[in-house]
Design a protein around this ligand. Structure first.
Ligand SMILES: NC(=O)c1ccc[n+]([C@@H]2O[C@H](COP(=O)([O-])OP(=O)(O)OC[C@H]3O[C@@H](n4cnc5c(N)ncnc54)[C@H](OP(=O)(O)O)[C@@H]3O)[C@@H](O)[C@H]2O)c1
Length: 250
């Protein structure tokens, strides 16, 4: 039984999702997480969560672009936890390059994982959120959904802008259940997703210089903001997009 409550992090095997899982565990939540390919990383994150204080933890394979996978994950979590206080959607894939090189199949894949998957996950897990004494949802949008001046491509930017729309509309709709819905919008975070840009020292320096605070965010920086939006400490905040960008607004 989770002393503090119950949480599920889609895409909790690596990066920002993993840091969020571990922070939730530190806080004493029971945590479920999903992975799609990295079963070892998913199991490891679940094991670490338990070591760090999660009352219970479980890693589930879920391709969030497949409705049937998401329904099954919600069923497994529902058989394990009595309800869900916190739902974080951190699953995502990057797309780069000019629109001329963007195939319709790639567009569909990015929108499916980053945006449709967020909708599927909310829809499937909503009954569990509605059962909880308090509940909230946090999406991971991006600076790419706020400004066009980014390394990511069109499909990625559109998917992340879509998450902002999802946040706004769901925050109004789910308010009747007391469920808050917010998003974070990070700039560059040091994860596998951004490795290709950050490995080369010259490219890393150029990216740093885009940020007035001259820093590259760590997954833990984002996880702390997610936790703030997720927990009752931020009650009264809903439909908000919290930029975490080391001062970079363009
Ligand atoms: N890193 C950044 O600079 C940055 C900035 C702004 C926003 N974001 C957003 O933050 C979120 C997390 O990014 P990250 O940097 O932590 O990325 P990451 O390290 O590449 O991790 C991505 C996560 O998404 C999961 N995933 C990928 N495809 C999936 C699918 N089809 N179904 C379900 N899960 C899937 C991965 O599972 P596996 O481990 O099994 O592959 C992994 O857990 C993403 O939505 C990303 O767009 C990242």
């Amino acid at each position: 039984m989770g002393a503090r409550g119950y949480a599920f992090v889609a895409g909790g095997s690596r990066g920002i999702g993993r840091a969020t899982v571990l922070l939730l565990a530190d806080r004493g939540y029971s945590v479920g997480l999903s992975y799609v390919k990295s079963s070892d990383a998913g199991m490891e994150a679940s094991r670490l969560a338990r070591e760090r204080g999660a009352g219970d933890s479980i890693a589930i394979r879920m391709d969030s672009s497949r409705w049937s996978d998401v329904v099954e994950a919600a069923r497994v979590i529902g058989s394990r936890f009595p309800y869900l206080n916190i739902l974080v959607y951190s699953a995502g894939v990057l797309q780069v390059g000019p629109v001329e090189d963007l195939d319709p199949e790639e567009w569909d894949r990015v929108i499916s994982v980053n945006l449709s998957g967020a909708f599927y996950t909310v829809k499937a897990f909503l009954p569990l959120l509605k059962k909880a004494p308090w509940a909230s949802i946090v999406f991971i949008s991006s600076i790419a959904g706020q400004t066009g001046n980014v390394y990511a491509g069109t499909a990625y930017a559109a998917s992340k802008a879509g998450l902002i729309g999802l946040t706004k509309r769901l925050s109004v709709e789910l308010a009747r259940y007391g469920i808050r819905v917010n998003a974070v919008a990070p700039s560059f975070v040091e994860t596998d997703m951004t490795k290709r840009f950050l490995e080369d020292p010259g490219s890393r320096r150029r990216i740093m210089e885009l940020h007035p605070l001259r820093m590259i965010l760590k997954p833990e920086d984002v996880a702390r903001a997610i936790l703030f939006l997720a927990e009752p400490a931020s009650s009264g905040i809903t439909g908000h997009i919290l930029s975490i960008n080391a001062g970079r607004y363009t």
